[in-house]
Design a binder for this molecule. Structure first.
Ligand SMILES: Nc1ncnc2c1ncn2[C@@H]1O[C@H](COP(=O)(O)OP(=O)(O)O)[C@@H](O)[C@H]1O
Ligand SMILES: [Mg+2]
Length: 468
């Protein structure tokens, strides 16, 4: 983490010691530094962790399986990025439940890493096929742990198959063959895509989840927004509660939609989002520039990447268009993150100048989004500016993003957690507008709530509820 990295640089100056990138070593180095200069760890300039993030950080340094969870905006992804810093991906691969989330975290999909493909024939036969693949077996033996991101969207059936493969590959009947598993996500957000059968195949209801004995690292302080009233309403919505406070809050933010809305419109369906973006672009009086995304790789991998890539096959841009950045700023300056909004000021063949909502102006070059195979090798890549038109997006695509201004259509949602995901993207309720809403769109899965209640009950009160 930046705070730790800074400490280590200082210590290197103090002691001349060479410190490797391994986190255990870093932690020891930090301890020595703290005792040397008698300064509490949390007082460093730069990034501070919330107390619950600090505790989660300690848990992540251990050997146990960890479930890093908490409400939207509590910094799960933030902490995960810090945890993975400097860890070789062969030792600690990151896998994600969906293609979109895998590309965003620079990882591979859960299914490709464990070699279970599209799970044809069910968990048992998918596991049997995976175990005939030498490369799958080798990488599972080489890994020390695995990080599963956006675990709420992962079906229990996939966990069963993967656990089976890991046990066989590593030659032990311990859960996951002894791999350390770090699962990250929030089950109150979007669920696994159902296979058409009855109910949802939630990962946390599977035997494998039970056997994995995850230590809960529950983040309880929302970092995305600090407004108490908004946080209370969000918590009701997370629990599927529509009371007077929720109704008043939503009603007070109803705004008849106009094409002039300055911010992102969130829709449940992709076609509506795309047509809204087109309409808005047509309104601008400037010349339209088209940048085709260049795809490279094997044909069927390209087809897969086309479906999951966070940028479109062709970017249609105009000066003054509203765009969303789809990558984090890797310059070290953190001027923008995936989800930041801005207006296009200048469009050049190899450079876009974007006036960010934060007030800063940044120049963005083209970059590549890779589809990785189970070994982390690139199977296909897409090359273009990491932006898309941001007047509209779907609620599904917005999971994980932090937005500054949004208007959402909550009239007829159907998934548990869908309304919660949409509303919890925003930093400040001043930037939140509701097109229309319906109490029946605010859905929560009772078993999810029960799961979190049990988890909270098991954590000492002093740790679970804090006032930082
Ligand atoms: N300790 C921290 N210091 C500064 N910013 C943080 C910290 N933790 C989280 N954030 C910021 O808060 C926002 C929400 O965090 P994120 O990791 O996206 O939450 P989650 O994944 O739990 O929904 C992001 O903009 C993130 O950069
Ligand atoms: Mg996240």
């Amino acid at each position: 983490m930046p705070r730790l990295r800074k400490s280590i640089t200082v210590e290197r100056k103090l002691t001349g010691a060479k410190i490797s990138g391994r986190s255990e070593t870093k932690k020891r180095a930090l301890k020595r530094l703290v005792s040397a200069i008698v300064q509490p760890a949390n007082n460093h300039a730069g990034v501070m962790l919330t107390p619950c993030q600090e505790r989660a950080w300690t848990l992540l340094q251990g050997k146990e399986n960890v479930f890093l969870t908490g409400a939207a905006g509590t910094g799960k992804s933030f902490l995960l990025r810090e945890f993975l810093e400097g860890k070789p991906s062969a030792l600690f691969p990151v896998v994600a439940s969906t293609g979109v989330s895998a590309i965003l975290v620079g990882g591979r999909t859960f299914h490709s890493f464990f070699g279970i493909g599209i799970m044809e024939g069910g968990a048992e036969s998918a596991a049997r096929r995976a175990c005939q693949n030498k490369r799958v077996l080798t990488r599972l033996c080489r890994a020390q742990g695995v990080v599963i991101d956006e675990v709420s969207m992962l079906p229990g059936e996939a966990l069963r198959a993967a656990d089976r493969v890991a046990r066989i590959a590593r030659g032990t009947d311990a859960p996951w063959g002894g791999l350390q598993v770090i699962a990250v996500g929030d089950f109150a957000q979007l669920p696994p895509v159902s296979g058409g059968g009855e109910g949802k195949d939630w990962a946390f209801l599977s035997d494998v989840w039970e056997e994995s004995r995850f230590s809960p690292a529950l983040l309880s302080t929302c970092v995305r927004t600090k407004e108490p009233e908004f946080l209370r309403v969000l918590n009701f919505i997370r629990n599927g509660i529509v009371n007077e406070e929720v109704a008043d809050f939503l009603n007070a933010r109803i705004l008849p939609p106009t094409l002039d809305f300055r911010g992102t419109r969130l829709f449940p369906h992709r076609a509506t989002a795309e047509s809204h973006n087109r309409q808005k672009l047509d309104q601008l009086p400037f010349e339209e520039k088209i940048f085709d995304t260049l795809f490279a790789g094997r044909e069927h991998s390209i087809a897969q990447l086309r479906r999951t890539c966070p940028i479109p096959e062709a970017l249609h841009l105009k000066k003054n268009a509203l765009v969303m950045l789809r990558k984090n700023d890797t310059s070290g300056k953190t001027r923008y993150v995936n989800g930041s909004l801005g207006t296009l000021q200048r469009i050049e063949p190899e450079c876009l100048t974007i006036a960010l909502f934060s007030g800063e102006s940044v120049e963005i070059e083209k970059t590549s989004f890779a589809l990785l195979d189970g070994n982390g090798s690139e199977m296909a890549s897409a090359w273009n500016f990491p932006v898309n038109l941001a007047w509209a997006s779907t609620i599904h695509k917005s999971q994980g993003a932090t937005l500054d201004r949004l208007m959402v259509d909550l009239a007829s949602l159907w998934e548990p957690g869908q309304a919660y995901v949409a509303l919890s993207r925003i930093r400040s309720s001043a930037g939140l507008f509701i097109e229309r809403w319906n109490p029946s769109s605010i859905i929560c899965e009772p078993r999810v709530m029960e799961y979190y209640r049990t988890m909270e009950d098991a954590i000492p009160t002093s740790l679970a509820r804090e006032s930082d």
